[in-house]
Design a protein around this ligand. Sequence first.
Ligand SMILES: [Zn+2]
Length: 486
Amino acid sequence: MPASDFEPVIGLEVHCQLKTKSKAFCACPVVFGAPPNTAVCPVCLGYPGVLPAVNREMVTLAMRVALATGCTIEEKSVFARKNYFYPDLPKGYQISQYARPLATRGAVALRADGSPKSVRLNRVHLEEDAGKSMHDFPWQDVPTGVSLVDLNRAGTPLIEIVSEPDLSSAEEAYEYLVLLRRLVRWVDASDGNMEEGSLRCDANVSVRKKGAAGLGTKVEIKNLNSFAHVKKAIEHEIERQVSALEAGQTLVQETRLYEPATGATKTMRSKEESMDYRYFPDPDLGALVVDAAWKADVAAAMPELPQARAARLVSAFGLPAADADLVCLSRPLADFYEAAVAAYPKNPKALANWLLSELLARMSDADRHAGRMPVAPGTLAALVARIDDGTISGKIAKELLGDLIATGRPVDDLVKEKGLVQISDEGEIRDAVAAVLADHPAQVATFRGGKTASFGWFVGQVMKATGGKANPEVVNRLLREALDGR
Ligand SMILES: [Zn+2]
């Protein structure tokens, strides 16, 4: 964005699918990718005369997210009917929470890139998902122009996490979303996959004159179904609003759709056409009561949260803060790291370096989040231990890693079998040094004449002569002695 007199004000509404086995108000299974309309029953199909029942696990998972974000869990919250007509909504209303949400007033701390910042949460509330209208089909017998409805998703439990308008750039919105996804995954409440629709996001964007107290005209952007889209859509929307205002135009409060193909947003509906949902408490569901015992059970089962865990890794193992944060990218990754440290407590920093540089580079993003590690923690520990005790060099260890991943065999077996044991024997290395010096009298003369920058070249020659297996420290020391001591 070019420098201007305006500053953006952004709030996000994040819809997150909870990882329950069954739906929010019936016993249907929650499935992804099943044949259409196979995970449905009279309750989620909205048949008359049926009664919904609250899924307790849904409430427990929502409470975990509420606790992870520092929200207050309300003892009494109320399910309301949000009334609107749409083909994918068989009941004609969505069960949601409106006036009395499950949890209120939390916060998410953004990373301290420069100055730390806390994004306040307005609420975390429960709701059910709608079904899905389908417009493209793999089947040949559907005529063009026909849309069909799949209600497998209808009644799937969601939480909506609503932030205050505390975000002031597309980058901050992106970071907030990344941290929120880590949190919901960390507490096992959701798988957080934006691609599969289990994390969806609407953004409220406005701009105002820098330093102004009030808020500008708000635009809600819908249809943000990837992290990249969230960032691009907000960037585009800020630019659009700023240039409109700079051209002396007035903005209208409206809902806009993001179109990935053009990278732009377009009007979906204006405030005048905005929906009146006629919310009222669902008479079929009494108030949702969370008593102290339930709250205490959920609190007792909470894991150590990522930011606290990263801080502990810094203080316990001396990791740099940025490294500790990366180790805490996901809970399985942090667990892997601590298991490796437990197996080899002598060098936590080296274990972190190996994890972050060598292992993560071999893993996909999905692997990192799911903790599908290429080797066992004990294997990484053994590898670093063999470097530290001088059995193998770091260079050999990196080469060995590929075999360890491919075979899953113990480090010591492979080291022995491949004859990789590092040469630390001084006599052997001294011989190699002497041979290199004898073979290159001209270079030796140049070095002794003062061009000492070629020292590294000599090291390389000795390493080459020993098949890369010589202990580099010993090579350095003996070479220095041989070259200096005419
Ligand atoms: Zn059902």
